[in-house]
Design a protein around this ligand. Structure first.
Ligand code: AMP
Ligand code: ZN
Length: 113
């Protein structure tokens, strides 16, 4: 999609540190990490919200969720990790292309900041 940061990263028009890529998804380092390790798993098809997710999109998200735990070493997931999907204003979503945050490498609290 035009004017979408993550579509531009997927298209190679904006640089990012790629940790993994296949036909369905890309996993990159977050540019402003909120934990010791912070990655973004981005399905390659553009959609904004879980509420707008088609059946085909749901298959992509499910492939993302299956892939992430297989990258234990590459993403530093050995001692546990957290997945976050921000949705809308209250959650502070800033990029409107659905993505899964992967946080790892440290003990994490639970209180929304
Ligand atoms: P969200 O706030 O859930 O929409 O998450 C968007 C995330 O994208 C934030 O954690 C940003 O730090 C991250 N981000 C923004 N621009 C870039 C970029 N050029 N490369 C990698 N991550 C980015
Ligand atoms: Zn997009």
């Amino acid at each position: 999609m035009k004017d979408c940061l993550f579509c531009k990263i997927i298209a190679g028009e904006i640089p990012a540190t790629k940790m993994y890529e296949d036909a369905d998804m890309i996993i990159i380092k977050d540019i402003d990490p909120k934990a010791k390790n912070h990655f973004l798993c981005i399905p390659k098809r553009h959609f904004k919200l879980l509420a707008e997710m088609s059946e085909d999109d749901a298959v992509l998200v499910s492939r993302c969720l299956k892939k992430i735990p297989t990258l234990e070493k590459e993403l530093g997931l050995e001692n546990g990790y957290r997945l976050v999907i921000n949705q809308g204003d209250d959650a502070g979503q800033t990029v409107f292309h659905l993505h899964i945050h992967i946080l790892s490498g440290q003990k994490m609290g639970w209180t929304p900041a």
